[in-house]
Design a protein around this ligand. Sequence first.
Ligand SMILES: Nc1ncnc2c1ncn2[C@@H]1O[C@H](COP(=O)(O)OP(=O)(O)OP(=O)(O)O)[C@@H](O)[C@H]1O
Ligand SMILES: [Mg+2]
Length: 310
Amino acid sequence: MTTFAIETQSLTKQFGRKKKTVVALNKLDLQIETGQVYGFLGPNGAGKTTTIRILLDLIRPTSGEARLFGQPTRRVHEVLRRVGALVEGATFYPYLTGRKNLEVLARTGDYFDAGRIDRLIHQVGMADRADRRAGGYSTGMKQRMGIAAALLGDPELVILDEPTNGLDPAGIQEMRRFISALVTEQGKTVFLSSHMLGEVEQVCDRVAIINKGHIVREGKVSDLLAERPRLHIDATPIDKASAVLSDHWRVAVTDGALLADAARADAPVIVRKLVEQDIQVFEISPQRQSLESFFLSVTQEEPDGESVSR
Ligand SMILES: Nc1ncnc2c1ncn2[C@@H]1O[C@H](COP(=O)(O)OP(=O)(O)OP(=O)(O)O)[C@@H](O)[C@H]1O
Ligand SMILES: [Mg+2]
């Protein structure tokens, strides 16, 4: 039997009482295997931070259960020692330096190691700023220190809520490499939430997309993106081409070309249909869907987040 790094069963969380209840999580089921970067995506208010806070036992679920490495977080607190986390922005003692803050945190967790702290400071690109007061840090600097803080105890599982929030482009790229290395070089498991879908697409092995507290899609990034193949067609006259193809495929005209929801295997048939109607075909090529467009299509499909089948 696989032991999952993270597992939730029918996890439900309601905030507020009676008429004012907000259902933040609605029977959320997750199973996350070890040794990967797993992306947790969803629009604002989808329930990502709520899930993470329950995983860390910062708040209690209304019903359902969350387990880390097979242990129910609420009842077996020791399992949290195997986890490092950054949740919605790190907070530091403003009058202490960044390094001192990390030292205090490490001592509290009983894993103080000055060498390790120094290495982490370098790894998150804070070597020249670690000895300044944390109160003067920018958002990105706090975020970098927050990531270092999450790794202080050398955790097996790293949970990061929007780790690239506030980072500049170079910082985002560094962070992506750093996160990948945590898995490939150190064998850790990383669970991260993010709105930076381009980054997620590059760094994550699998993703779960949630909306209104439940899963809309889950799977390997490459499988999800292959789900909706598209062909980019450059043909003239374009209106006629669009009319010919629209009987068989969903088509749209963008930037002077046609986009058809069709697979590569449909290309020969499409070319034949167009040529038969005296339409000139200049180019036809499969277009890889981005995670961003996939995300938008599945989170905007239906008000209740269920997918629409065509
Ligand atoms: N302490 C709270 N009291 C009341 N409602 C809350 C509380 N925390 C979260 N919620 C509600 O629960 C829902 C989910 O919020 P959550 O913070 O988990 O979303 P999120 O996916 O992290 O969004 P974002 O992308 O904006 O960070 C929202 O409707 C939010 O308003
Ligand atoms: Mg959040």
